[in-house]
Design a binder for this molecule. Structure first.
Ligand SMILES: [Zn+2]
Ligand SMILES: [Zn+2]
Length: 304
């Protein structure tokens, strides 16, 4: 009997915090007989541009993707799919990334001054900047490793985190702005891993009721889907709830693995993402493109 087609709409690569190259992942996808994938690297859509030609060569459908953090709640991440007009969005995301990297460096320097010692070598900082791993979390872990804090949680909440004593705030756009930017780039906005969303200060999970209210609010800004199928949700009660809300609110359902390459037991392809889910995403992308004003053709692309 023919096996169902496999898809994965949530994969990270080296261009954000994943540890594999997009083209290498495409090879694994080909070997595992995946039909379509989307690279959803944090705060960039560049992965699509890097991988699209090789994906065509391998015969894998590659959907432009990204994942953007928002300020409204902890882990309220918005996935964008199908952006066909990516230049402006990428420029905005790059500005956010650079500003935030400067803020993290500010945190690092303040801590080093406070303790009178270096937390990382210059080489380590360079590699972390390159790989997008210079984060508050990694600084908190390093403080523990060096015996300067007792555990990473308290180092984060008391010192390094947004509510810690250093008081350095990074910039995060609101969910409304993120959804609108994805839409104006010709993309479909989908709320990622809804189960992980937490209240910012208390860290409490959202209740089912709060989830429903949040999705309705985000829909009013242009949200079109919920990542109802996520590897981390192993409770069918929770999955069923997100599917129910998506149906109820007229939102499409997407899914993936959130593959990063460095967690144990990770693999690409989520067997619960079906052809019907792909079809509704493809249709939503098509409708989004059709509703936009036509763009100027690429003036540098005409052959002489
Ligand atoms: Zn995420
Ligand atoms: Zn992710």
């Amino acid at each position: 009997m023919k096996r169902d087609a496999l898809y994965d709409l949530h994969i990270h690569t080296k261009l954000s915090d994943g540890n594999k190259d997009a083209l290498d992942i495409l090879e694994v996808a080909k070997a595992n007989e995946l039909e379509a994938v989307s690279f959803t690297d944090h705060h960039t859509t560049r992965t699509f541009d890097e991988a699209t030609v090789y994906a065509d060569y391998l015969g894998i459908e590659l959907i432009p993707g990204t994942e953007i953090s928002t300020s409204d709640f902890k882990s309220l991440h918005i996935l964008g799919y199908g952006m066909d007009d990516r230049a402006e969005l990428n420029m905005q995301l790059k500005t956010i990334t650079q500003t935030n990297q400067r803020k993290i460096i500010e945190i690092l320097l303040k801590i080093e001054q406070q303790y009178g010692k270096k937390l990382f070598t210059n080489h380590q900082v360079k590699v972390m900047l390159r790989e997008g791993n210079l984060t508050r979390k990694n600084i908190a872990h390093q403080l523990v490793k060096m015996g300067l804090a007792k555990d990473a949680e308290s180092a984060y909440s008391d010192i390094v985190g947004p509510f810690g004593n250093l008081g350095v705030q990074t910039i995060k756009p609101s969910a409304k702005n993120v959804i609108e930017s994805i839409n104006s780039a010709g993309g479909v906005a989908v709320v990622a891993h809804p189960r992980s969303i937490k209240h910012r200060q208390s860290g409490h999970n959202l209740s089912f009721k709060e989830h429903e209210q949040l999705f309705a609010e985000l829909k009013s800004y242009g949200l079109q889907g919920i990542e109802a199928i996520h590897q981390s949700d192993n409770s069918s009660r929770v999955q069923n709830f997100f599917k129910y809300v998506a149906n109820n609110q007229g939102l499409i359902k997407t899914g993936g693995s959130d593959y990063h390459g460095h967690r144990s037991g990770e693999s690409i392809g989520n067997p619960n993402v079906k052809e019907k889910h792909m079809d509704s995403l493809r249709q939503a992308i098509k409708d989004r493109h059709n509703s936009k004003a036509p763009r100027d053709a690429c003036s540098l692309c005409a052959s002489s």
